[in-house]
Design a protein around this ligand. Sequence first.
Ligand code: CTP
Length: 426
Amino acid sequence: MSVERISILEYKRIVLGVTGSIAAYKAADLASKLTQAGADVDVIMTEAAARFMTPLTFEAITGRAVYTDLWRTASGESLPTHVAHVGLAEGADLIFIAPATAQHIAKLAHGFADDLLCITALAAKCPILVAPAMDGSMYENAAVVANVSRLRELGMEIVEPEVGRMASGMVGRGRLPEVGVLLGAARRALGREWGALRDRHIVVTAGGTREAIDPVRFITNRSSGKQGYAIAQAAVDNGAHVTLIATPSELPVPYGVELVTVESAQEMLEAVLDCTADADALIMAAAVADYRPEKTAEHKLKRTGGVLQLSLVPTVDILATVGERRAETGRPHVLVGFAAETSDLLKNARSKLERKQVDYIVANDVSQPGAGFGADTNIVTILSADGSSISLPQQTKSAVAEAIVQRVAARLQTVPRRHEPESAEA
Ligand code: CTP
């Protein structure tokens, strides 16, 4: 999998600390993905890490010097200054220690300063992410548990290890997560530091709803959920707390997102009303069924050979309901809808914008190649309640997501964050 450039990672300085674990090979993949995404990655390897992976591997991947001790780079050059740790720490936007052994977790928890990685962490002012990797029984050990919670108290964030098969052959919690998860953790940590949606709560819906005919059958549509998931990721990249209300899907849930799984339009309505009462924005990317079977059969319908007639009744319009509630309560501050059309795109979209009382409608002609359901790209026009509109060329759903999220952030600029005094409104 190659990675496209990721705005929140572009030009960020990331110190990747690699300690002596068999999982160090995953750090090479992480260094590669971070570099491809646009980050400058400075790798610090401990002596034990250099037994599992060669510094040359990381040098080749990052195109930068790799640091293995306090006095010289891995390729033997003297450091420009004897205070390399201060330089690395000061220039860093993020320190990510992955994998982190029990030994290094203990050292970090107690402020040890006997290797370059520990000293750099001590000197740092930026966020520090720690991804433990060790045997399951070690991770459960009371001393390790205490050290991990000490790291949390010290303000470091732990990327929880996963349950799985270890190098020892045993199964337990201690596996370093896959690189997609590690990359997601880095995105969230940087978003919380730099993003325009820090301290905001954004609710996103995704996927096509399922309207049950009987216990085994349902009516749905072609929505893949990809655009909604991409919006959830873009909101995390911008530092938001994100609730994703989605129908069942195989798509990976972006790191840090709170997922609420629903099936029917009615379940989605209830979840949306519940989650948006106090939210800053709702982005309705879901393809909600307009009709559902009037009755859901209690038992599987049997084939009779004759004509089967289904009687369909309208579902509640979720977006319009939230629009009405906003008119009374003022929450959520920003409402974004989608308009999936196959004809009269702008006319239909403008009428939805007005009817549903939203701030933006993202209109796409789903019959065009490279747009709409299932595709990895989209071609959209974003219509605004102020009468303006902007047409975006064909681009990835991630780029479309970023464009939508930027507009939401701009709109929220004048709205105080919950912990800010009202005077911040000016
Ligand atoms: N929507 C909703 N609840 C529904 C139907 C749609 O909240 N019961 C939302 C969608 O999530 C989308 C927007 O309304 O953000 C427009 O959805 P769309 O299906 O394009 O429009 P409809 O209102 O269903 O109108 P039509 O089917 O006539 O095009």
